[in-house]
Design a protein around this ligand. Structure first.
Ligand code: ATP
Ligand code: MG
Length: 336
């Protein structure tokens, strides 16, 4: 039996290179080896975008196109919409009794996200909703609904998978062994930094290079990236490890990286030249993805069908889990 992989992404914007190198490049590779479910987490996106449903709806389609463009193949994997699986919402209700408010507030990812909201929106950012604080519970429902065993994610998701494991253990200890404890799987780039040098490139942080950015947008973003502040003149030696341009060269520039590093340290390359080389490499790398994106933009009916069929298939699987959960909780009054 193939292992089941479940992972998700919030439709709050397009895929960026942080997602790609941190998580979704591996999702493409896993498709041959595992039974993969990819969730577009629109219900979770609404937790902090409840007042902007148009944004979430638009990004559901944008993300579906992004996922197909990087090589997620609906013939091999299931791409589905969270809101189309009411079983997930029902599981969330049952699991919510197994988590304390204190534990949710202590979740490091939730804590960081609340702090970021506060930094972006002032005190208003602090007034988080019940739904937002509880999203780790609904994420536990996402994973367990599909009996996910492996969850390929970026580093920021580790505390959320850990919280899911706790819920599973508690459920199994109270109601009997029903659920599977999932494991987070990290890749070799578990946390990609933002253009501004922030520890995380994130959709909500405005510091990302998106896979669908045009060459001119990529040009402007890279030109504005942070370099070693001590390097003033073109031939000043610099520390590549203090430079975001070098950081991204490591992702996009293959064998050229060693030369970039050496020349930078020796003061043998100017930043403008170095940035232009990076821009060219990023654009070359993203070109095939952009071409596939164009295809899907012209074939939206195909995208709609993929989401609809994937959601139907996902729902069948989730309903089996829900049935088992209700039986374990002794609330299966009308089941045979
Ligand atoms: P939002 O700001 O709306 O939360 P996000 O950019 O954090 O958006 P998510 O949809 O929350 O994106 O994350 C999707 C997946 O991508 C998760 O597995 C997450 O760990 C991974 N990921 C997101 N940003 C990065 C990053 N900078 N480095 C590595 N992995 C990342
Ligand atoms: Mg996130």
């Amino acid at each position: 039996m193939k292992k089941t992989v479940l992972t998700g992404i919030r439709p709050t914007g397009n895929l960026h290179i942080g997602h790609y190198f941190g998580a979704s490049k591996r999702w493409v590779m896993y498709q041959d080896e595992y039974n993969c479910y990819f969730e577009i987490a629109d219900v979770q996106a609404l937790t902090d975008n409840f007042d902007n449903p148009e944004k979430v709806r638009k990004n559901v389609y944008e993300l579906a196109i992004d996922l197909l463009s990087i090589g997620i193949d609906p013939k091999k994997s299931t791409i589905f919409l969270q809101s189309a699986i009411p079983e997930i919402a029902e599981l969330t209700v049952y699991y919510s009794n197994l988590v304390t408010m204190a534990r949710l507030y202590r979740n490091p990812t939730v804590k960081t996200e609340i702090a970021q909201k506060k930094a972006l929106f002032g005190n208003e950012g602090e007034s988080v909703t019940y739904g937002f604080v509880g999203y780790p519970v609904s994420q536990a429902a996402d994973i367990t609904a599909f009996m996910g065993e492996a969850v390929p994610v970026g580093e920021d998701q580790l505390p959320l998978v850990e919280q899911c494991r706790e819920i599973v253990r508690k459920f199994n200890s109270i109601y009997g062994k029903t659920l599977i404890e999932p494991e987070a799987v990290l890749g070799k780039n578990p946390r990609i930094k933002g253009l501004d040098g922030n520890e995380k490139m994130g959709k909500s942080l405005g510091n990302a290079i998106y896979l669908n950015d045009s060459p001119s947008v990529i040009h402007d973003k890279v030109m504005g990236a942070i370099t070693d502040p001590k390097k003033i003149r073109k031939d000043d030696p610099a520390d590549p490890n203090k430079c975001m341009v070098y950081y991204y060269h490591k992702l996009f520039s293959g064998d050229e990286v060693e030369t970039v590093c050496k020349e930078c340290k020796n003061g043998e390359r100017g930043c403008v030249f170095c940035k232009k080389q990076l821009i060219e490499n990023i654009c070359k790398y993203l070109e095939p993805i952009r071409e596939k994106r164009e295809y899907y933009l012209q074939h939206m009916d195909e995208v709609q069908k993929i989401l609809e069929e994937g959601s139907k298939k996902a729902r069948e699987k989730a309903s089996i889990t829900l049935k088992n959960v209700k039986k374990a909780m002794k609330i299966n009054y009308f089941d045979e």
